[in-house]
Design a protein around this ligand. Sequence first.
Ligand SMILES: *Cc1c(COP(=O)(O)O)cnc(C)c1O
Length: 377
Amino acid sequence: MNTPEIQAVYDRIKAHSESFLGYPVAKDFSYHEYAPFLDICINNVGDPENPSTFAIDTKDIEQKCIAFFADMLSSNTKDVWGYITNGGTEGNLYGLYVARESFPNAMVYYSESTHYSVKKNLHLLNIPNIVIRSQKNGEMDYEDLDQTISYRRDKPAIFFLNIGTTMTEAIDKIDEIKRIIKKYAIKDYYIHCDAAFLGTIAPYIDPKPKFDFAEGIDSISISGHKFIGSPIPCGAVLVKRKHRDRIANSVSYVGTMDTTITGSRNGLTPLFIWDFIQKHDHQGLKARVTASQEVAAYTEHKLNLLGMNAWRNNDGLTVVFQKPSDALCKKYQMASEETIAHIICVPGVTFSKVDAFLEDLKIELVQKSSSVEALHV
Ligand SMILES: *Cc1c(COP(=O)(O)O)cnc(C)c1O
């Protein structure tokens, strides 16, 4: 590398990525074959289905990725449209944006376990919204939603559902939402699913949670740099075609439709995602999910043997347990909230990495109990 300074940056990131257990990003990828692309301009500006006069894009590949995701989410590119985003937040912003264009007077309902970026998105879009209480496991409290809606049944409703919350991987139940919609005879409603983490996992879980276009959702945000893995954050948003058509307008400067949030868009990330899809396909993804579930089950079991009150939602990859010391959270880069922490068993979090953490934890627990005993002497 060019300078010792930049080499040090590389070494630092490499060392830090060895040990993290608490964030949902896979690290078993390698895209160095794509290095030649780093020496050319690439830009997917505008609508992925509309060529721009600025013709240095990977939109053909981007469309193939979207077609794969549409199929994965029980739909097809005749009914849904989408693009490769910069990550989960952009996909959620997009879903809320087209939702507001459909129902300008709507109220947004979302649970208190929702990702922190959603509040900001709602602020940017200036949409009225109400936070619904969560159950202990992180799932929306449907009783609270029911009561909240009962006072506002005249208003169009935008339901922002979590398909895997950030902290506990809880899944909001679409059947409960439909029950409430029916109970109050709400005519104008929109359902967006935040499946940033579980988007490429839930389709392969048995039994499969209800969350995709087969359930009549309007839009969904999934990520690319989490379970699939990428050196650059990325994701995909898919929406029913009518929602995209409502906001589309043509821009002569770039000769394409301005249907995306940003103008210039990343053309490299579609190549990475497509590379993954070609190597893995649905079968490979299913095997990847099963292998990750095995690590998660092991981690949960071992933590419980140490008395750490570990649990998981829906045989998921997120193992929630009693928060260990700040030092351990820092060493293994584990997010914590109040009294809980989590290990997210994505590819790259191996049995041996979990074992290394468990060894450290054991030492800490022994020290703690001997100091407690010392107090009692
Ligand atoms: C990661 C995540 C997000 C945010 O995604 P970014 O790619 O960081 O923008 C939003 N919601 C959920 C549930 C997530 O797990």
